[in-house]
Design a protein around this ligand. Structure first.
Ligand code: SAM
Length: 228
């Protein structure tokens, strides 16, 4: 059985899409998506040998070697332009995800949908999507084992459409804000507590330019979340 997190990621694949799962590890997601008849075919990309081998094993064991291609390489270098309709990058930090997209920009030609699940730093991904003409079309927040995961879905389109108040919506997510469920409240309560602790530590650190810049940044975030 697939985790709720990866199942939710999979739910945003449109039926018949050719997908690439970058940083696939065990290739659970592409195996599930192809097995269920959601994805037509898949490429599982892995840069590290251990996970690459386990992806190969899993695909073989599932009897899906005809539909799923496991490829070893860094980020989007494992795909060609127009080869897939949908790229999935899940379970990494937001900075790594935007770095992979940035370095693989030429491979995004022909891609219709990005499904991104950062473990942290979703704000940077929303900004990156906005700056590169990807329209955020949906978001989900999943709680699993006490952790919170944001899933961002973007299609080619008008990136301005979901936004009214950039500062607030880049941080909290325009779609997630419209549906402030229990997980949302819990996640931001936790973040808020952490920021307050960091601020306390910074107070002790004394004042210099870097410290006060960081204090400013955190205070702004606190103000945004408190307003909600
Ligand atoms: N996507 C799976 C998931 O969400 O469960 C696995 C997440 S795992 C924590 C992250 C994987 O990304 C690791 O297997 C790692 O080797 C791989 N990875 C990290 N940087 C990568 C890169 N630049 N290109 C391809 N894979 C990468």
């Amino acid at each position: 059985k697939l985790s709720t997190r990866l199942e939710t990621v999979t739910s945003f694949i449109q039926t018949g899409m050719r997908i690439a799962d970058i940083g696939s590890d065990h290739a659970y997601l592409p195996c599930y998506a192809v097995n269920k008849g959601i994805a037509q075919s898949a490429i599982a990309g892995e840069v590290v040998d251990g996970p690459y081998q386990s992806a190969l094993q899993q695909v073989k064991k599932s009897g899906l070697t005809n539909q799923i291609n496991v490829r070893k390489g860094d980020g989007l270098e494992v795909i060609s332009p127009f080869e897939v309709d949908c790229i999935i990058i899940a379970g990494m930090g937001g900075a790594l995800i935007t770095d992979i997209l940035e370095r693989g920009m030429n491979k995004l030609e022909g891609v219709k949908r990005l499904i991104l699940q950062p473990n942290i730093g979703a704000e940077n991904i929303r900004k990156w999507l906005y700056d590169h003409n990807w329209q955020l079309v949906d978001e989900k927040l999943v709680e699993e084992d006490g952790k919170f995961y944001e899933i961002l879905v973007a299609d080619i389109g008008d990136p301005t459409i979901p936004y009214k108040d950039f500062k607030k919506e880049f941080l909290l997510g325009p779609f997630l804000l419209k549906n402030k469920n229990e997980a949302f409240i819990k996640k931001w309560q936790l973040e808020l507590n952490q920021w307050i602790n960091i601020l306390k530590e910074l107070e002790k650190a004394g004042d210099n330019y870097k410290v006060s810049a960081r204090k400013d940044e955190i205070s702004k975030k606190i103000a945004i979340v408190m307003e909600e």
